[in-house]
Design a protein around this ligand. Structure first.
Ligand SMILES: Cc1cc2nc3c(=O)[nH]c(=O)nc-3n(C[C@H](O)[C@H](O)[C@H](O)COP(=O)(O)O)c2cc1C
Ligand code: SF4
Length: 681
């Protein structure tokens, strides 16, 4: 980095000076409480402000009206009660010279009617959005008048709270619903010609400008090409951008390409791991060239080099790095300190976004501090307490994270790994090309451990005596799990585990049945690899929806492979037993619903995925030798006190286990364990 770094140049936007070119675009992390951005929300944004970004676009789709029911924890911009909360949030970010804006919207058809106040949802025309599945009514004249006024009063609240500006959401929501021929079939003054389709937008802009005055930034995050037959064309989209830019009513355009009406479409707008980096950057640059107007954009501009290129090449004025800041809120600070290589990479897992629907809150797969700023720091401080010798067994995500955090706290850390490389189940997961980027979770930690001088010993299979002989103060067991079979009436010895497929130790046969009753990535990855190998595959799940542990966006690349390769998916069906007949296997399937129902499949291979059993032999051997006999005070773990009760005080070391060495879970759970336990050493 030098002071001439294009990313670090200030940018003048209307009366505001943004101190550099890096922003976080609007995203609702579902941290709201009662529709308000309270402490959790504030800390989350304040951390990014502290980390150096110039502009944080808060909320994602803060709703301006009651008949836009929250779809994923959206902020209630229609409620006066939001003003003091927004004011506190703005103050917390302004303290670090980070500008704060908010995205306002009416969700239109992109929500459900059976939430909030159960008011009917509406859209320009009564056409259902596949993703949220609700049938909207056609917006009437009195709806339009009411919602225009709602936009204006919401904008007024934002100004009253001391925010620096607002942005309207105009892709997949009500505003652009009027623009698109795919969603607007009206024959009144709001349908037909482009002038008519833009009428609602300009009515909103006029009302908002009147409410907030000239010295308040108003932007629009807009689709400028729906990239869909019958959707808004590139020509019309750029025409809209030109008209908005020329209107004098907006201050920036934040460019989107694509639609978001289904999960598959959404992954083109917000690409996930395994998909192209910065796919719409050139297009955003074209809009900038066509309008000669301030252009912002985000879509998988995942690393600083690409972000720098986006600014240096003149494609963008402000570059959005949204998920990258969930992974590391201190990106700009690190660039400024010349520590670019220490930025925790966003690996594109999109656990964050999938969780706003599946888990009710955005969490980063490998940064457990994000969204938990009150309890877990992003920067680990040295302990003021006693320095200890910590022996960690297992260099999977849990062990690596525990080692990193313990070493940051100043402890002497020795990390033992039985295999010849680090990663545990992440090393297995990355064998699926779709998930290759997860390697960043391991590589970033290995680089941090090297910097911290942690002693890592590979090919080191330590027994209890050897571990005790190292004279540790604390032993952390992070030995992970081993694959286990689902309960079968017969045929345990005839099935192949998903791990055998993922690791490549067993090749997929010609006709394969895969029974996945875990419902997460391991089963889906094994299925994708079997299908890609050319096998005839039937995926059987006992669930109503298969792969319930994975969110909608992560589902997309797997489903693409399944369709392309002709995979059969059978739900609501359980594998009961497997027997051999000649050179074939016969899988007997049963039903939880109809007693006595059964079906059989003759295949060459039966693959099973049923999570892992804890690999806890070493833990159990060390337990009686430890000062806490393995016990953990969970209340203390959550509240921040001493976590290891003295049950055997004469013993020399405390002992706990983390990650899948406790029970089968996922990468985030392993990393969360790693940091929160190590914080207490
Ligand atoms: C958890 C989450 C919620 C999001 N919600 C919104 C939203 O409400 N409105 C919006 O315009 N974009 C939303 N986005 C999209 C982001 O603004 C951004 O366009 C997207 O993450 C791609 O940029 P990135 O690759 O830098 O993350 C959301 C993203 C995430 C991760
Ligand atoms: S969950 Fe994945 S995509 Fe989301 S911020 Fe973390 S690393 Fe990035």
């Amino acid at each position: 980095m030098t002071i001439s770094d294009p990313l670090l140049q200030p940018y003048k936007l209307r009366h505001l000076t943004l101190k550099n070119r890096v922003m976080s675009t609007a995203h609702e992390p579902a941290y709201s409480e009662d529709g308000m951005p309270k402490e959790r929300y504030r800390r989350y944004h304040a951390e990014k402000a502290k980390g150096g970004m110039a502009l944080t676009m808060t909320a994602g789709s803060a709703i301006v009206a009651r008949d836009s029911p929250p779809a994923f924890g959206n902020l209630h911009a229609w409620d006066d009660a939001i003003v003091p909360w927004l004011a506190e949030l703005a103050d917390a970010c302004h303290e670090h010279d980070c500008k704060v804006m908010i995205q306002l919207t009416h969700l239109g058809r992109r929500t459900g009617w059976n939430r909030g106040d159960w008011l009917p949802i509406l859209a320009p025309s009564p056409i259902r959005e596949p993703a949220h599945r609700a049938f909207p009514k056609e917006a009437e004249d009195w709806d339009i008048e009411r919602i225009v006024a709602d936009y204006a009063s919401a904008a007024e609240r934002c100004r009253a709270a001391g925010l620096d500006g607002i942005e309207f959401e105009a892709y997949g929501h009500l505003m652009d619903g009027f623009w698109s021929p795919a969603t607007n079939r009206r024959d009144d003054a709001f349908g037909g010609s482009l002038d008519n389709r833009l009428r609602f937008t300009f009515q909103v802009l006029d009302a908002v400008r009147e409410a907030v005055g000239p010295d308040f930034v108003v932007g629009i995050r807009m689709v400028a090409d729906e990239d869909m037959t019958s959707g808004l064309s590139r020509e019309e989209g750029i025409d809209i951008a030109r008209r908005l830019a020329g209107s004098g009513k907006v201050d920036f355009l934040n460019i989107i390409r694509g639609t978001i009406e289904s999960d598959a479409a959404l992954t083109k707008v917000i690409p996930i791991a395994g998909m192209r980096s910065a796919p719409h950057l050139d297009f955003a640059g074209e809009v900038r060239a066509a309008t000669k107007f301030p252009v912002f954009h985000a879509a998988r501009i995942g690393d600083v080099a690409t972000a720098r290129h986006a600014i240096a090449s003149g494609k963008l004025d402000m570059v959005g790095m949204t998920r990258p800041h969930l992974a590391d809120p201190h990106i700009v600070a690190k660039v400024m300190r010349g520590e670019e290589d220490r930025i925790r990479p966003c690996v594109g897992a999109t656990y964050c976004l999938d969780r706003i629907y599946e888990g009710g809150e955005a969490l980063c797969i490998h940064n457990a501090a994000t969204g938990r700023e009150a309890a877990i720091p992003h920067v680990i401080a040295r302990t003021h307490g006693q320095l200890r010798k910590v022996v960690i067994v297992g260099a999977g995500p849990a062990g690596l994270e525990a080692a990193r955090v313990a070493a940051e706290r100043g402890h002497e850390v020795l990390l033992l790994e039985a295999a010849s490389r680090a990663g545990g189940q992440v090393a297995l997961a990355v064998r699926n090309p779709l998930r290759r980027e997860l390697v960043g979770i391991v590589d970033w930690r290995l680089a941090e451990l090297e910097r911290l001088g942690v002693d890592i010993r590979f090919d080191c299979y330590a027994d209890a005596d050897e571990v005790a002989g190292l004279a540790p103060d604390i032993v952390v067991i992070a030995t992970g799990g081993v694959p286990q079979n689902p309960p079968l009436e017969a045929g345990d010895d005839l099935v192949t585990s998903s791990w055998d497929i993922l690791s490549g130790t067993t090749k997929p046969a010609e006709a394969v049945l895969l029974f996945d009753d875990n419902g997460g990535h391991p089963g889906m990855s094994a299925a994708a690899m079997i299908a890609e190998a050319g096998a005839a595959l039937e995926l059987v799940s006992p669930e109503r929806f298969f792969a319930p542990e994975m969110g909608g966006m992560n589902h997309v690349p797997y489903m693409r492979v399944f369709h392309e390769r002709g995979v059969t998916v059978t739900i609501n069906t359980r594998l009961r037993s497997v027997r051999r007949e000649g050179n074939k296997l016969v899988a007997t399937l049963g039903s939880d619903f109809a007693t006595g129902w059964k079906a059989e499949r003759r295949v060459d291979q039966v693959v099973v995925e049923h999570g892992t059993a804890a690999n806890d032999e070493l833990y159990r051997a060390l337990k009686p030798l430890s000062s806490n006999l393995g016990a953990v005070d969970y209340a203390a773990l959550v509240n921040g006190d001493e976590i290891l009760p003295a049950r055997n005080p004469a013993a020399a070391f405390g002992l706990f286990r983390i990650g899948d060495a406790v029970a089968s879970r996922n990468i985030h759970a392993a990393i969360y364990d790693g940091i929160r336990y190590a914080m207490r050493i």
